[in-house]
Write a protein that binds this ligand. Sequence first.
Ligand code: HEC
Ligand code: HEC
Length: 263
Amino acid sequence: MTASAAAPWGDRFRRSSGILALLLALGVMGGFYAAFAPKSYAEEGSSSSADVTDGQKLFATGCASCHGRNAQGIKDRGPSLVGVGASSVEFQVSSGRMPLARQEAQAQRKPPRYTDEETKQLAAYVQSLGGGPQLPAGNVLRDGDLAQGGRLFRTNCASCHSFSSNGGALSSGKFAPSLEHATDRQIYAAMQSGPQNMPVFGDAQLTPQEKQSIIKFVQSLKAEKDPGGMGIGRTGPVPEGLVIFLIGLVVLLFAAVWIAGKS
Ligand code: HEC
Ligand code: HEC
């Protein structure tokens, strides 16, 4: 009787000292992490001179044939990239437009040829040549306001990309593409660099906060476009209705045959 009465108290003591040890261990681990973490969040986006050197090598093999050895441009092949900025490179390379496959009215979106790391290196190299717009570090969606984004999209972007962001034709074989595949960073970079016939939206025209609102709005349109429903190829409500109708028909047919067989 005495032993069993003492046991819960002993248990409780052992449990709380266990928790204490756990907290201590967590604290020590946190300290280690803070001391040895590879890099802090704020440093993300800044580039080192190693990036510039690596980027220059990638550039020499993949881009120099059109843009020139020092990115000064080659007549009738590729424009100078001095001063276009890291943002333009990230947009062009991450959306697969560059390296250009062949000369055409407008570079097309393709699966990217370079990894994120290599894209960053190429961007750092071009940035080192003559400055230019750079994407902000970290999440470019942090301060977005959906309602403001909708208003700004309608006044600044819808004339070319349409109200639903599905895109539209421009003159002489050019077009404003649909925005459904664009990532947050690509939308930001497109506004900063103004590819092809798209105007540049500098921070004076659209503040960084307004740009984030537009991104939020564009991405919300994508979410709406998903028709929902069962995953039969995401084909939308009409084919889904058809499938349900056909299944129902078969069930009714079997029921009729069964009833007929009974009577
Ligand atoms: C076959 C030729 C060709 C190759 C290879 C090529 N480019 Fe281009 N690039 C062009 C042409 C032409 C344009 C302009 C047409 C356009 O913007 O669609 C251009 C435009 C660009 C722009 C936009 C410039 C601006 O004014 O904002 C960037 C950035 C760029 N290229 C980077 C690169 C990088 C980085 C590579 C290598 C990974 C590369 N290009 C490879 C031909 C090429
Ligand atoms: C005058 C017409 C015009 C206006 C206005 C315009 N764009 Fe564009 N936009 C274009 C064209 C043309 C391209 C294609 C450029 C290319 O392929 O090099 C483009 C490309 C883009 C892309 C790349 C899409 C992809 O997935 O590859 C994004 C993102 C984009 N625009 C966002 C915007 C936003 C946001 C606005 C408003 C702030 C805007 N655009 C205003 C013409 C326009």
